[in-house]
Ligand binder design. Structure first.
Ligand SMILES: *Cc1c(COP(=O)(O)O)cnc(C)c1O
Length: 379
C-alpha cells in the first residue's frame, strides 16, 4: 500500500547521518532533536504547543488524562475508525459513545453527534479519517453550546487544512481543545518506528501534558500527578525533523495520485470516488491541502468486492479494507444501548469500501496499470 523504501532512498544521506549523530551523542531520551522537532512542528502547524510522545494511541490517552476526564464521563466518537480511538476511552474507564458517519466523507455525522449528547457527555473525538477534516465548524459549534472538550484525532490527517465559512484556514489538529497525531511509519509523516504528538493552544493544558508524558514530573523526582512514560525517541525525532520539510510535497504527491484515480474512475457508475470537503466538491482544490489522502478509499456499487480483491491480488496490486468491522460490533466495544438502525452508513461502508495503494513514489505508468486493471474487471 505504501513505498517507504523509495521515499527513504531520496533522503537517505540526511537521515543516515542524523541517526548516527544521535548515536554518537548518546542523548537517546529527550535529546536536542526532540525539542528541535517540537519547535519546527509548532511553527508548521501554527499551534502554540506540541507535546511529543511515544505513539498516536498514547497521545489520545494522555490528552484525555490531561483534560481531567473521569470514570463515567461520556466521550462521543465515530463508529468507523481505527480502534485506538475508542480503546483509549475504554482504558481510562470513560464511556465511549459511538455514532454513525457520513457516507461520502466517512467522517462523524453531525446529526448523529447531536442526538448522542447527554448530561454526561464531556468530550467529542472527531477522527479526521483517511486524511480529511471532519466538519469542524459544526463540531466546534456543538462543543461550545454544550461546553464540551474537542479532541481531534489527526493520526491520518497531519498537514491537512480546514477552511471555515469565513475563509479562515487552520491545520488539522489545531482547531479543537487538543489534537493528537501518530508518526507510525505508514502515516503521512511517518518515522522509522513508533512516535506521536499532542497539539494545543492552551498554555495550562500544555504544561499539564508535558509533565504527564514523563511520569507526572514537573520537577525532577517530584510527581504531582499520575503520569505515564511516553516520550518520543530521539532517533525518531531526528528522522521526523528531516521529513517535516517534505510533508507538504508528500501531501501533494498523494493528492496527485488521488487526482489520477478520480479521473480514471469518473465515468464508472460502479465506483464512487471519495468526496473532498467543502473547499471543493468534485475536483481537488489547487490552493490548499483540504484532503491529504492518507488513504484513497472507493465505494463499490454492484461489484463483488471479494472477487475484485482476488483479481487485484492476482495482478500484484495491493488493496485493503479499512475497516472491515464497525467498532460497535467489536466484542470489546459492543454495548446493549446500540441499535443497528443508528449505524446504517457504517454498516454499509464496511461491506463496500476498498482502499487502493497511495504513497509519495508512484509514477503514471504504475497508476495507469492499477486503474486499467480495475476498469477491465468492472467494465
Ligand atoms: C494510526 C492511528 C492511531 C494510532 O496511532 P499509533 O501511533 O499507531 O498508536 C489512532 N487513530 C487513528 C485514526 C489512526 O489511524
Amino acid at each position: 500500500m505504501v513505498d517507504l523504501k523509495g521515499q527513504y532512498a531520496k533522503i537517505k544521506n540526511e537521515v543516515d547521518s542524523a541517526i548516527i549523530e544521535v548515536i554518537e551523542n548518546t542523548a537517546f531520551i529527550n535529546g536536542p532533536q526532540v525539542k528541535s522537532f517540537q519547535k519546527n512542528l509548532e511553527s508548521y502547524l501554527g499551534v502554540k504547543h506540541v507535546i511529543p510522545c511515544a505513539n498516536g494511541t498514547d497521545a489520545l490517552q494522555i490528552a484525555m488524562m490531561g483534560l481531567g476526564l473521569e470514570q463515567g464521563d461520556e466521550v462521543i466518537t465515530a463508529d468507523f475508525t481505527f480502534a485506538a480511538t475508542v480503546e483509549t476511552i475504554g482504558l481510562l474507564k470513560l464511556t465511549p459513545v459511538l455514532v454513525d458517519v457520513e457516507p461520502d466523507t466517512f467522517n462523524i455525522d453531525i446529526d448523529a453527534l447531536k442526538k448522542a449528547i447527554t448530561s454526561k457527555t464531556k468530550a467529542i473525538i472527531p477522527v479526521h479519517l483517511f486524511g480529511q477534516c471532519s466538519n469542524m465548524e459544526a463540531v466546534m459549534d456543538i462543543a461550545k453550546t454544550h461546553n464540551l472538550f474537542v479532541i481531534e484525532d489527526t493520526a491520518q490527517a497531519i498537514g491537512a487544512d480546514y477552511t471555515f465559512s469565513d475563509g479562515t484556514k487552520k491545520k488539522a489538529g489545531t482547531i479543537g481543545t487538543v489534537g493528537t497525531t501518530s508518526f507510525f511509519p505508514s502515516k503521512n509523516l511517518g518515522c522509522y518506528g513508533d512516535g506521536g504528538a499532542i497539539f494545543t493552544n492552551d498554555d495550562a493544558l500544555a504544561h499539564t501534558l508535558r509533565g504527564m508524558v514523563n511520569h507526572g514530573m514537573y520537577e525532577r523526582y517530584y510527581h504531582d500527578v499520575v503520569g505515564v512514560n511516553s516520550r518520543l525517541d530521539t532517533i525518531q525525532a531526528a528522522v521526523l525533523d528531516i521529513k517535516l520539510p517534505h510533508l507538504d510535497s508528500y501531501c501533494d504527491a498523494r493528492r496527485n495520485v488521488a487526482s489520477f484515480y478520480n479521473k480514471a474512475f469518473a465515468e464508472s457508475d460502479k465506483i464512487i470516488t471519495p468526496k473532498t470537503g467543502k473547499c471543493n466538491t468534485d475536483t481537488l482544490c489547487a490552493d490548499c491541502n483540504c484532503h491529504v489522502f492518507h488513504q484513497y478509499t472507493l465505494r463499490l456499487k454492484g461489484i463483488n468486492r471479494a472477487d475484485l480483491q482476488a483479481h487485484l491480488n492476482s495482478k500484484g496490486i495491493a488493496n485493503a479494507i479499512y475497516y472491515p468491522v464497525p467498532l460497535h460490533k467489536q466484542k470489546a466495544y459492543t454495548d446493549v444501548r446500540y441499535k443497528e438502525e443508528d449505524f446504517k452508513v457504517t454498516n454499509e461502508l464496511v461491506d463496500t469500501v476498498l482502499s487502493l495503494p497511495i504513497h509519495t513514489e508512484f509514477d503514471d505508468e504504475q497508476l495507469a496499470y492499477i486503474t486499467q486493471t480495475i476498469l477491465d474487471f468492472v467494465k
